[in-house]
Design a protein around this ligand. Structure first.
Ligand SMILES: [Zn+2]
Length: 157
């Protein structure tokens, strides 16, 4: 697999977009409490593309992508046109809440899971940071449908 260097940081107004990028597996920081200058600093240090609706200019060190309009689906479409997101997307890789990469849980016996999930023996994944559990259920299907409406093709599991 090609290692993607596409990493993002979004400003405070773009939480729904950050969530969509995480659904696609992209390392995306959403800095709720940080000031714009802190976000810019992190963007430069971490080589993250800064996504914003503000009139910010890129510099030699800072990569800025200016988004048009506040609809997150349309914002994702703008990014799809600008970056090879489709090529590097890995669906269901990352926690939507804290951005950490999920790991598969080998032994589900002690987990508190809905009975239907247990019966179907679905693979379970856990976020190493917030301990939240993920599995391929109806919520995931809705997320996929949402992304597909934006023009993403999700053939991968
Ligand atoms: Zn998490």
């Amino acid at each position: 697999m090609v290692e993607t260097t596409l990493k993002f940081i979004v400003d405070r107004s773009l939480k729904p977009l950050a969530k969509r990028l995480r659904m696609l597996g992209f390392d995306t920081l959403y800095s709720g409490g940080s000031s714009l200058s802190e976000i810019i600093q992190t963007s430069i240090l971490d080589k993250r593309i800064l996504l914003t609706m503000k009139p910010l200019s890129p510099t030699r060190k800072l990569t800025v992508f200016r988004l048009d309009g506040d609809d997150p689906d349309s914002q994702l479409q703008q990014l799809l046109e600008a970056y090879p997101l489709q090529e590097h997307a890995v669906f269901f890789l990352r926690c939507l809440i804290c951005n950490a990469e999920l790991s598969a849980v080998a032994d589900c016996a002690d987990l508190s899971l809905p009975e239907s999930v247990r019966e179907r023996k679905l693979p379970i994944f856990r976020c190493p940071e917030c301990q939240r559990l993920y599995w391929h259920g109806s919520h995931l299907e809705r997320m996929k449908a949402q992304l597909e409406r934006c023009g993403i093709k999700l053939n991968k599991p």
